[in-house]
Write a protein that binds this ligand. Structure first.
Ligand SMILES: [Zn+2]
Length: 90
């Protein structure tokens, strides 16, 4: 199930080929994987898998990670688990 509510939020990843900062939007392919009761409500953990093109070296980077929503509709934290790409030879 996808979530629409994060569609305007962006997180930063570093291109493994050229070290350029790229901002990716998450929200299209996130899945709820866990939740935790905390002081201001429920903290929900989501897993996402997306791909982004580096505008500098024009490679596709696959990004897998987790985001935590807490309080509601706010991304409290995120973690990149995996970045994969095939760098072009110069
Ligand atoms: Zn790059």
């Amino acid at each position: 199930m996808g979530l629409e509510k994060f569609s305007k939020d962006e997180i930063e990843v570093i291109c493994p080929c050229c070290n350029q900062s790229i901002y990716i939007e998450i929200g299209v392919d996130v899945d709820e994987v866990g939740s935790d009761e905390r002081g201001m409500g429920i903290e929900i953990q989501y897993e996402f898998l997306t791909s982004v093109e580096c505008y500098l070296c024009e490679i596709i980077i696959e990004v897998k990670g987790d985001v935590w929503e807490y309080p509601e509709n706010v991304i409290n934290d995120f973690e990149i688990i995996e970045l994969s790409s095939e760098c072009k030879k110069k």
